[in-house]
Design a protein around this ligand. Structure first.
Ligand code: MG
Length: 337
């Protein structure tokens, strides 16, 4: 009886609410919606590697036209101390041609062993046909003549476009296993932060790395700058050490054995974000990380079905080679970025 009466009262309330609604509006009117639209960080990976040559000014400019919230990019220093935007510590023979137009043959030299002039003589605008890379990114449009840019050239490009919104997720590329191919982590971090400071962009960057030593250095020198702790647990590269049970050299001493989970490792390290290989995320891990105050990013996810699953898990951002596909999905779901 009580239930029935409550039902009648509820129905009456709903009816009067509907009647009270001004003409021309509906309950789903955005202006009347109680909850603000969800917002995520849409990061274009190496610009938008699925569409244009990775880590090039030409690719970044087109990615900005597409409209991501963040450009993800990688940096390595040259021998003469200039930070350039490049994914690998060594040049990549799959995408790199010399001044005569010949693709490099492996083993390619480390960027850190070359001068800026030597690096900028190279063309990285077209994937070598027949490679696995070419098969993986068959939709990439070549841009012959594209060079490896300096970090400051990217900053200038964004400034000259009058873009005051896009953010930069800048990854330090170094490895504790190959110390000769990079400066010391402290030195690397200082070079990067000096360059960002000079460009006046401290409030628009996050710094990321698999090698957590540079992130620790950034936190010491610039405590307000977000730091993104990246992980991968592959057979070929397990940066966490959870599966092997062995302490990993990548995690700056914040071992899985001591802390028990990746979110707790990152929390102990003082990070603001966790960027996980997307297949390794679960709803439980996302919840655990967020309950510890971390934001969760998923890299590098290129299939809309997988993007949708990750959005359902509640991730805070997607890192993708195909921001065009992500934008379609986000629009469908009414999610902003
Ligand atoms: Mg990267």
């Amino acid at each position: 009886m009580l239930l029935l009466r409550s039902g009648i009262v509820l129905a009456a309330l709903l009816t009067s609410a509907a009647l009270a609604q001004p003409v021309g509006t509906t309950a789903s009117d955005p202006a009347r919606a109680a909850a603000p639209a969800r917002m995520i960080d849409l990061q274009g990976h190496r610009g938008a590697r699925g569409l244009w040559p990775e880590n090039t000014l030409e690719g970044f400019a087109r990615t900005l036209d597409l409209g991501v919230s963040t450009l993800e990019l990688d940096v390595v220093p040259t021998r003469d101390g200039v930070l350039v935007v490049h994914h690998d510590r060594t040049l990549n023979p799959d995408i790199t041609r010399d001044a005569a137009g010949r693709y490099l043959e492996p083993p390619a030299p480390a960027v850190f062993s070359l001068s800026l002039a030597e690096v900028q003589a190279l063309d990285v605008g077209r994937i070598r046909a027949g490679t696995r890379y070419a098969r993986s990114f068959a939709s990439q449009q070549p841009i012959d003549g594209a060079r490896i840019p300096r970090l400051r050239d990217l900053f200038r490009l964004v400034r000259e476009r009058g873009d005051t919104r896009v953010r930069f997720a800048i990854e330090t590329k170094l490895s504790p296993l190959n110390p000769a191919e990079s400066p010391e982590p402290e030195v690397f971090a200082r070079m990067l932060m000096d360059e960002i400071t000079a460009a006046g962009l401290l409030d628009r960057v996050q710094i990321l790395s698999f090698d957590w030593r540079t992130l620790q250095a950034v936190q010491r020198s610039h405590p307000g700058v977000p730091t993104v702790y990246i992980t991968a647990q592959f057979d070929s590269l397990d940066t966490v050490g959870a599966r092997s049970g062995r302490d990993s050299p990548w995690v700056a001493g914040f071992t899985h054995a001591r802390h028990g989970s990746i979110p707790r490792m990152i929390r102990a390290a003082g990070g603001s974000h966790w960027s996980s290989f997307w297949r390794e995320l679960t709803p439980e891990l996302v919840r655990e990380a967020q309950s510890l105050g971390l934001k969760v990013l998923a890299w590098t996810v290129n299939e809309p079905e997988a993007m949708a699953r990750l959005l359902d898990m509640g991730v805070d951002g997607l890192v993708t080679d195909r921001p065009d596909l992500a934008i379609g999905l986000l629009r469908e779901r009414g999610i902003r970025w």
